[in-house]
Design a protein around this ligand. Structure first.
Ligand code: NAX
Length: 328
């Protein structure tokens, strides 16, 4: 099977690709043809990484190829992990890219081209995970430009869900594996809404076990929403190892059936579920049948507090869509 990773010389890919090469990630006995994509200026760095991958002698890998153009890289692709993008804070033409709106326009151009290439050249059953930020709106641009309905486009919200799980496990003094049905709704941004009211630990509602709304609203939510900024402050660089693990967990979650009574997290195109407007990419609780089909789980009950949180993050996504309307 063919797996494409863009931004392959970047820091997330440096952890992500080795994770993907481990046994048991893809639900297929086939060996992987790995296509790594970068911009021309980063090809030398990418070659160094390829040497390390070769030296790792993975039994899952059939071939490793590098590309500085997306068109050829995605021919017959089964999976595309779109990690490459221009980060906030970079200086382009003497101007620092600070605003999400500027980032949206610059990255929008990249995802128009990548979407169109994937639509034309990848398999009709190709699955695409957008990691590069602003991930939700980049996924929207990619999907619309692919012009193919059968391909599955997602944006990554798994990292937000794993962050929320870790905080909850800490609070309830339980193991992360004991947590079921934790869902993160909305945008991969500080407006995201991780819901605890439908989350279960040991068969009991996590929200009721915590029994402290003030902690949920004023400690848990801001901590999860601001975790990325906290890591940048401490590390001097954005989350890479955890982001890579989250991307790999998303692939695994789509490729294998969801454990009974649980969900997994990714952003997909909304069909109006939970009042999130149609035609934007929002985080939802999802299940997979492990055969390429995923579905939104629709039985979460939302309190007024949750509905307010969902509206805020959905409004942000609609505003982002308006900023890129000439690209979709
Ligand atoms: P890096 O700057 O280390 O790597 C990005 C790489 O992408 C660079 O090597 C660059 O040359 C390459 N690139 C740029 N444009 C490209 C193009 N058109 N085709 C192919 N490659 C291209 O960033 P890194 O830390 O790896 O982060 C990558 C992206 O993930 C960023 O946009 C970042 O904001 C985003 N993140 C998303 C997360 C999520 O949960 N959705 C969490 C982590 C991360 O912040």
């Amino acid at each position: 099977m063919k797996v494409v990773v863009t931004g392959a010389a970047g820091q997330i890919a440096y952890s992500l690709v080795p994770f993907l090469c481990e046994e048991g990630i893809f639900n297929s006995p086939k060996k992987i043809d790995l296509n790594l994509v970068e911009i021309p200026q980063a090809m030398e760095r990418l070659d160094g990484f390829v040497k390390e991958l070769e030296d790792s002698a993975y039994s899952t890998i059939n071939s490793i190829s590098t590309f500085d153009n997306i068109q050829d890289a995605v021919i017959d692709a089964d999976w595309c992990l779109l990690v490459g993008s221009i980060p906030r804070g970079i200086v382009l033409n003497g101007k620092e890219i600070k605003e999400r709106s500027d980032l949206l326009k610059i990255n929008g151009g990249i995802f128009t081209e990548q979407g169109s290439a994937i639509g034309k050249n990848a398999k009709p059953s190709c699955k695409i995970l957008v990691v590069g930020n602003p991930a939700n709106t980049n996924a929207l641009i990619g999907k619309i430009n692919s012009k193919i309905d059968s391909q599955l486009w997602m944006a990554m919200t798994m990292l937000d869900a794993l962050r929320a799980k870790a905080q909850l496990a800490h609070k309830l003094n339980c193991h992360v594996d004991e947590i079921y049905r934790l869902a993160v709704f909305g945008n991969h941004s500080p407006t995201m809404f991780p819901d605890l009211e439908n989350t279960f630990v040991d068969g009991k509602s996590a929200y009721e076990s915590i029994n402290n709304h003030d902690w949920v609203e004023n400690e848990f939510l801001p901590r999860v929403q601001q975790r990325g900024a906290e890591i940048i402050k401490a590390r001097g660089a954005s989350s890479a190892s955890s982001a890579a693990r989250a991307a790999c967990e998303t692939v695994k979650a789509v490729e294998h059936p969801t454990r009974s009574g649980d969900v997994f997290n990714a952003a997909v195109m909304s069909d109006g579920a939970y009042g999130i407007p149609e035609g934007i990419f929002s985080g939802f609780p999802l299940i997979s049948d492990g055969r390429g089909s995923i579905e939104i789980v629709r039985d979460y009950s939302l309190s007024d507090f949750a509905k307010t949180g969902l509206k805020r993050t959905a409004d942000e996504l609609v505003a982002e869509r308006n900023l890129v309307k000439d690209l979709i």
